[in-house]
Design a protein around this ligand. Structure first.
Ligand code: WTA
Length: 659
């Protein structure tokens, strides 16, 4: 387990400006006592709490009668059982009727001067048109649709158009390689793929359609590709299969009646890496997920009408799903969609964006905060950030130095800093401060959100560690509305990964400490998942990618600590007999990983070694590799169980050089 953040004694009170600043809205929850009372009700009387919340925040075409059923023990959790609704109606129609001219999406393009505002009226028309196009391609309720797109409004239309028809989207992050895209399309059996000619990011073009074409060489289910013209570059076009987005849209009617679905019908699949095997298609359903998204934007980002909500994630990850698209739009907010990078054209980009659009809620990842902090204060100091009230962090543990910088330099000590902990599988944030209610400690995600009952377990015995000042693995002891319901086509795997490790609970895979004051500190993954810049990668997946290279016999991948990216990938490869290490082989192996997974999975270091540390029964002892790459070779512990303890010296030499 990587201990990234150690509990700290520092406590920051809620800035008085948030509670009674002139002209600012009063926070929805404005004291710890109020939070405590609401949280108690949410976990002790979930039917009452979530029944009320679901009626308050969502519009149902048919009301539910039963708030919840099933259990974590059985793995048959369901919420708002008889209820019917349509997500796009909740995210668009009701606001298009009440406030048609309100801006739903601010698209900040790759070039800062390329800003597109889309009103709720326009959003309804665009999503309707696209729904009709999808219908013409025979997409119906329950069908899976793959989306592989850059960060443009059309990517959001694509998700919402699927939701309008009751079709299930599977957004694949456009940084994934063609192999990864192919596997995800095949696992979901998608018939239609939505994409673009090219993407634009940081001033560069990205060959989106070429990657799709490569992937589609081996995807028997795909019948159609709908391609957006984003850059206008010349790209391959397969007649009969490929269709131009603008041509199809021009033919379509700008209204499409929504298909109401049951609360437990699937809304989307999102593939994520686990400790073993191929990526899992995490399946989220409709009512519970949308409620989690809306409730967390309301309470955790303290959303009030008129706010401008800016989440810097990509829609290809869960953070983009919940905090760019579904949460903000369900509340009728204005959401910012950001196509570029934090440093393009210069490291003021985020802060210029905040100043330009008068952003009130800003949400990013610790990696970005650390990188910008390194580049110096001048980039942030010159921007007017006074519109901000809540600044959030997500994706990995945030180290106290980065937290303090974010608080002082970006928040000016006047904003709530919310370190929000959650996962693809949890659907929405589960441990977090509430802006008006919690004093915060740098590095702590603080307290559970409504409906979440976290427990800390002894990893070996599974016994719950009660009271404060305890460290163990983090589990959740009762079901909540937005939790994933299954792994697509593999319910067994869902049970084995999340519900069976510690019977009757949901196992997060993360280690955690509850300090003496009850504050929760997330300490990182306890399984073979590596978190690089907030991107989740499985060591097993990277190892399989390396083994596909013709010269590799065996590989072992471990996470190292990295000041900038949190963790980084260290890969050890043993070559096949008769194959010699050669100049450039490490580059080739690195390329291999990029090709199979994607550029964000590039190993930081690759070591070609003669042997890996194994037990006598042949099991690779990654613990030893982990210690070596993290400079802890002096505390390797017992290595006598190794089949050949002498290889340790060679490994140390490979990583750290000759003494
Ligand atoms: C990690 C991203 C510490 C954690 C929303 C989790 C965090 C994994 C935090 C999920 C946080 C996320 N503090 N660690 N605030 N937020 N993590 O599925 O290890 O991409 O299990 O979801 O990120 O990553 P995923």
């Amino acid at each position: 387990m990587t201990v990234v953040v150690a509990p700290t004694e520092k406590l920051y009170q809620v800035p008085p400006r948030l509670l009674n600043g002139k002209g600012l809205p009063k926070p929805h929850v404005s004291s710890f006592e109020q939070y405590k009372e609401m949280w108690e009700e949410s976990v002790n009387q979930p039917d009452k709490f979530f029944g009320n919340l679901a009626r308050e925040l969502l519009t149902w075409s048919k009301p539910f009668e039963t708030v919840q059923s099933g259990s974590l023990t059985e793995g048959d959790v369901a919420w708002f059982l008889e209820g019917e609704l349509n997500v796009s109606v909740n995210c668009i129609d009701r606001h298009a009727i009440a406030t048609p001219d309100k801006i739903a999406i601010i698209h900040e393009g790759d070039e800062p001067e390329n800003v597109r505002n889309i009103t709720y009226r326009e959003l309804l028309q665009e999503v309707s048109r696209l729904s009709n196009v999808l219908k013409s391609l025979d997409v119906r309720k329950g069908d899976n649709v793959a989306i592989y797109m850059p960060m443009v409004p059309e990517a959001v239309y694509a998700m919402l158009a699927c939701a309008r028809l009751g079709a299930v989207h599977s957004v694949v992050f456009a940084g994934f390689s063609s192999d990864s895209l192919r596997d995800r399309i095949n696992d979901a059996g998608a018939r239609v793929v939505l994409t673009a000619d090219e993407g634009r990011r940081g001033g560069k073009n990205i060959a989106t359609k070429r990657i799709v074409d490569e992937a589609l060489k081996d995807t028997p289910t795909v019948e159609h590709v709908l391609m957006l013209r984003r850059t206008g570059s010349d790209v391959p076009f397969t007649a009969g299969r490929d269709l131009w987005w603008h041509e199809e849209m021009a033919k379509a009617r700008p209204y499409c009646a929504p298909t109401n679905v049951n609360s437990e019908d699937p809304l989307f699949l999102l593939y994520t890496s686990g400790s073993t095997g191929t990526p899992k298609g995490v399946l989220h359903t409709t009512g519970g997920y949308l409620l989690g998204a809306a409730a967390s934007v309301k309470y955790i980002f303290d959303y009030h009408p008129g706010d401008i909500h800016a989440c810097m994630a990509d829609v290809g990850w869960i953070t983009g799903h919940t905090y760019i698209v579904y949460g903000p739009l369900a509340l009728g907010a204005t959401t910012v969609l950001f196509e570029s990078t934090p440093t393009y054209p210069d490291p003021s980009r985020f802060w210029d964006l905040v100043a330009k659009h008068k952003v009130t809620q800003f949400y990013t990842a610790p990696t970005a905060i650390r990188a910008l902090r390194r580049l110096g204060d001048k980039w942030v100091d010159k921007c007017d950030l006074s519109s901000l009230r809540v600044i959030g962090s997500v994706g990995e543990p945030i180290n106290p130095e980065a937290w303090e910088w974010y608080n002082e330099k970006v928040g000016k000590g006047q904003c709530a800093v919310v370190d929000t902990y959650w996962q693809t599988e949890t659907g929405s944030i589960i441990v977090t401060p509430l802006p008006g209610a919690m004093a915060t400690k740098p590095g702590s995600a603080t307290f559970p959100f409504f409906g979440i009952k976290p427990i800390i377990l002894d990893p070996t015995t599974g016994v719950e560690l009660l009271g404060n000042d305890v460290t163990g693995v983090l589990a959740i002891s009762q079901a909540w509305p937005s939790m994933a319901r299954t792994v697509y086509n593999n319910h067994h795997r869902y049970l084995d990964t999340y519900l069976h490790p510690y019977k009757g609970t949901y196992f997060t895979g993360d280690g955690a400490t509850r300090d003496k004051d009850g504050y929760i500190f997330i300490r990182g993954r306890v399984d073979d998942v590596i978190n690089v810049s907030g991107h989740r990668l499985s060591t097993a997946e990277i190892e399989s990618a390396l083994i596909l290279h013709h010269s590799v016999a065996e590989a072992a991948v471990v996470g190292g600590q990295d000041d900038l990216t949190g963790q980084c990938i260290h890969a050890f490869a043993c070559l096949k007999p008769n194959i010699e290490d050669s100049d450039g082989l490490d580059k080739e192996l690195s390329l291999q990983v990029r090709k199979v997974i994607g550029p964000f999975a590039t190993p930081k270091r690759i070591y070609v070694v003669n042997d890996l540390p194994k037990t006598r029964s042949g099991k690779i002892m990654r613990r030893i590799l982990r210690k070596i790459v993290n400079g802890e070779q002096d505390s390797l512990g017992d290595i006598s169980t190794l089949a050949d303890p002498s290889i340790v010296a060679h490994l140390i030499e490979a990583v750290h050089g000759k003494k």
